[in-house]
Design a protein around this ligand. Structure first.
Ligand code: NAD
Length: 738
């Protein structure tokens, strides 16, 4: 018996190890579990009365991988390289001891060792699957929801417990490369088909089946420890199939990652190098690459933003204390257009009743059609049962009558983006709803404080800003008006948690946080076209920087005329404070003179052929915006695109629009796709070095205009040697408004 593993032996001399971390809902590899497993393995190997062992879990999940909080805080600073390697190799060493019984390869090949079997009763991801793969036999429960996968590359790491070596030896290099670089899990049947597991059994029988195998196995040996082992499909520098696989895999991986994700390159290196050496050397190679990734900035930044901080906000870290958790049962959704229809769907899906109101019954029904379509697709793909789909639809009640909003416990407005329309629906709604019902607006540009004036209870007025398409986009930006109170914020966060989205909370400002900063990416692309930079260079460098698409492509998606209109409104509102950019002239010419609005009228910086063939850059762009003789370098374009966005984010931080650096990072990655490899703009500035970043922004301001001028906050931080994230601090610096 250890802290994390129950150890029992039965009459057949089979040890049953049940992993059960105390006080945790899921099993994960932490330092204690590694230590305890080591103790148990030693005990099994040393005890002659023990014939072999079965490993299972005492929870509904088997093992969900390594504790990323532990990895994220493992700086290893001060340790020697040997000590750091020993740390990275610990899991490999333990698994290998279990697999070989600690025997030398030649002895093992003759004698074999005590059998270990895994009884997989729930999901096994990352280190969980690696533990399973190091067992000699694997039985998995026949539940299709169980996931078996190696998702480490999604947070900038690689499977460092032998995963990059055992999986390709089981299923071949091509399939393993696919699984490890994408992180896509297998279900039990697929895993069995590929040979990742040996047996699929009913949940109640997995331990018995695993024991039966141990009982009849006097000595075990992994396939790769047998003499003459060969990779399925081949491996090695001289194997034509393997060489072909690597040519393809490298090209594909780099196309998708644009060299921004060192983990992908490292995985492919592990697979290649591991295929030309013996197993014990191969796992040392794996640990070397693992350590390299762990010591580099990308994994640390990705783990912090994509995992630790994302989970923290989803679990309520931004929720003010002292307010009872509430459940929204009936949502009033004003406006059944693109956004309202999406919000109605995700809310009904989460079990809420939704009153979907539009100007007339037909418009409201049209909004409900959106849900009907999604349900239909879900049912046809067996993602949802017909009954559940019908129940979801029955929860959406369409109307044009405000009286139907009477019993709603939250209202969200997504009508046209016009002050007078918003005022009208707000007042009509307030007249019929309860006296403490919160009213939220999904406006993308109108300040919340101004809209709150249409409501007699501004403390209960808040911004809940969704992204399109609502059912796919994970982020929700909650905006506090000047008078919004904490209880209202708590309810908004409770609602976001009900629909299982990731919230950030920001203070009111023109364009809030996401729209304001995202806009700079598009504008910088426009500015460059106006200056004569080749559009293809801009678009390709945008993608090479790690942004999902180029600035001109995304500008076409959101509509050039919308950006132009917002620009005019901003100029009007800011007066002398407005910082002009060459982008203004680009947008004006495209909209007013050329009537190219983007995808919506089939004409933007791109051409959208009517026959549905692939869009391409508009060849005549250069007639209207002549291409300069001297073109900037890739690095220069990349710096403009990323630094421009990060400067705006830093300004939001300085102005108190943001509450903390981590919200800024999460909002940027999940809101507008800011290069995830950076961990977000604040992680990017830290990694760049604040002083170096300030110098680069100053240089760009000198060359291209004051929109690049770094805010005072950054100069002060540079002078004091400060960063947004301190050592071991994941939330990051708080703004004065926090
Ligand atoms: P939309 O034009 O698709 O839908 C607006 C809906 O509001 C229409 O169905 C319209 O009939 C209805 N409507 C208009 N006046 C009304 C009234 N007086 N009473 C009842 N219904 C009325 O617009 P959308 O794209 O869904 O945007 C709605 C809001 O969401 C806007 O404030 C917009 O700024 C914001 N928003 C849009 C996006 C986006 O990507 N489209 C993203 C975030 C926020």
């Amino acid at each position: 018996m250890t802290d994390t593993i129950r150890y029992e032996t039965d009459a057949d001399g089979i040890a049953l190890l049940t992993i059960d971390l105390p006080g945790a809902s899921m099993n994960v590899f932490n330092e204690q579990l590694i230590k305890d497993l080591d103790t148990c393995v030693d005990k099994i190997l040393a005890d002659d009365a023990v014939k072999g062992a079965v490993i299972t879990s005492g929870k509904s999940t088997f093992l969900a991988g390594a504790d990323l909080n532990m990895l994220g805080s493992q700086s290893g600073k001060g340790a020697t390289l040997e000590e750091k390697f020993a740390g990275a190799f610990a899991l490999n060493k333990l698994f290998r001891k279990m697999e070989t019984g600690g025997k030398a390869p030649k002895v093992l090949a003759i004698e074999g060792t005590k059998p270990f079997a895994a009884a997989i009763n729930g999901l096994a991801l990352g280190g969980g699957l690696e533990l399973v793969l190091a067992c000699h036999y694997r039985v998995v429960a026949d539940d299709p929801r169980i996931q078996l996968g190696l998702p480490e590359s999604q947070v900038g790491l690689l499977p460092g417990g032998g995963g990059t070596q055992r999986l390709p030896r089981l299923i071949g290099i091509q399939a393993a490369a696919q699984a490890i670089t994408t992180g896509k899990p297998f279900n039990p049947m697929t895993a069995a088909g590929l040979g990742i597991v040996n047996e699929v059994a009913p949940l109640a029988d997995v331990v018995t089946k695993a024991k039966e195998w141990v009982k009849k196995t006097s000595s075990a040996i992994a396939p790769w420890d047998k003499k003459g082992f060969k990779y399925p499909g081949g491996a090695g520098a001289m194997n034509p199939a393997a060489v072909q696989t690597f040519i393809g895999a490298n090209a594909m991986a780099q196309k998708q990652t644009q060299h921004n994700y060192p983990a992908i390159e490292a995985v492919l290196s592990c697979l290649y190098e591991g295929g030309i050496v013996d197993f014990d050397t191969a796992i040392r190679i794996e640990s070397k690459y693992f350590l390299k990734l762990l010591s580099g900035p990308v994994a640390g930044n990705m783990i912090r933003s994509l995992f630790i901080n994302k989970q923290a906000v989803e679990k309520g870290s931004l929720r003010p204390k002292g307010f009872e958790r509430k459940t929204v049962k009936r949502l009033g959704m004003l406006g059944a257009g693109l956004m309202g229809a999406g919000v109605a769907y995700v809310s009904a899906k989460a079990g809420m009743d939704v009153v979907l109101l539009d100007r007339d019954a037909a418009a409201a029904e049209k909004g409900k059609d959106y849900s009907r379509k999604l349900v239909e697709t879900g049912v046809s793909r067996s993602k949802v049962t017909k009954e559940k789909g019908e129940a979801l639809l029955s929860r959406i009640h369409t109307t044009s009558d405000y009286a139907d909003l009477k019993d709603c416990d939250l209202i969200i407005e997504a009508v046209f983006e016009a002050d007078e329309v918003k005022r009208d629906v707000t007042q009509k709604t307030e007249a019929v709803i309860g006296k403490d019902v919160v009213f939220a607006s999904n406006t993308s540009t109108l300040p919340i404080t101004g809209l709150a004036k249409n409501f007699t209870r501004p403390h209960q007025f808040i911004g809940i800003h969704f992204f399109s398409p609502v059912d796919k986009m994970p982020l929700v930006e909650i905006i506090m008006g000047e008078k919004t109170d904490d209880e209202t914020l708590a309810l908004a966060l409770d609602y976001v948690s009900q629909i299982k989205k990731t919230p950030i909370v920001v203070n009111d400002s023109r364009g809030f946080y996401t729209s304001r900063c995202f806009g700079t990416y598009v504008s910088e692309g426009y500015a460059m076209v106006q200056e004569g930079v080749k559009p293809a260079l801009i678009e390709n460098v945008g993608k090479m920087s790690g942004m999902p698409v180029g600035p001109l492509a995304v500008g076409d998606e959101v509509a050039i005329d919308l950006g132009y209109k917002i620009g005019i409104a901003t100029k009007k509102a800011l007066g002398d404070k407005y910082v002009a950019s060459p982008a203004d002239a680009f947008a004006e010419k495209m909209v007013v003179e050329l009537e190219r609005f983007g995808r919506k009228n089939g004409k933007g910086a791109y051409v959208y052929p009517e026959d549905g063939s692939k869009k391409h850059l508009w060849p005549e762009l250069s007639d209207h915006f002549p291409v300069a003789a001297n073109q900037p370098s890739v690095d220069e374009v990349q710096s403009r695109l990323l630094v421009r966005q990060a400067v705006e984010c830093a300004r939001c931080f300085e102005e108190g629009v943001l509450i903390d650096a981590s919200s800024g990072d999460i909002g940027a990655i999940f809101g507008w796709g800011f290069a995830p490899w950076t961990g977000g703009p604040f992680s990017f500035i830290d990694t760049y070095g604040v002083a170096k970043f300030v110098a680069e922004a100053d240089r760009l301001a000198q060359a291209y205009g004051p929109r690049f001028t770094p805010p005072k906050l950054l100069r002060d931080m540079a002078a004091k040697g400060e960063t947004f994230y301190g050592k071991g601090d994941t939330r990051g610096r708080l703004t004065k408004a926090a």
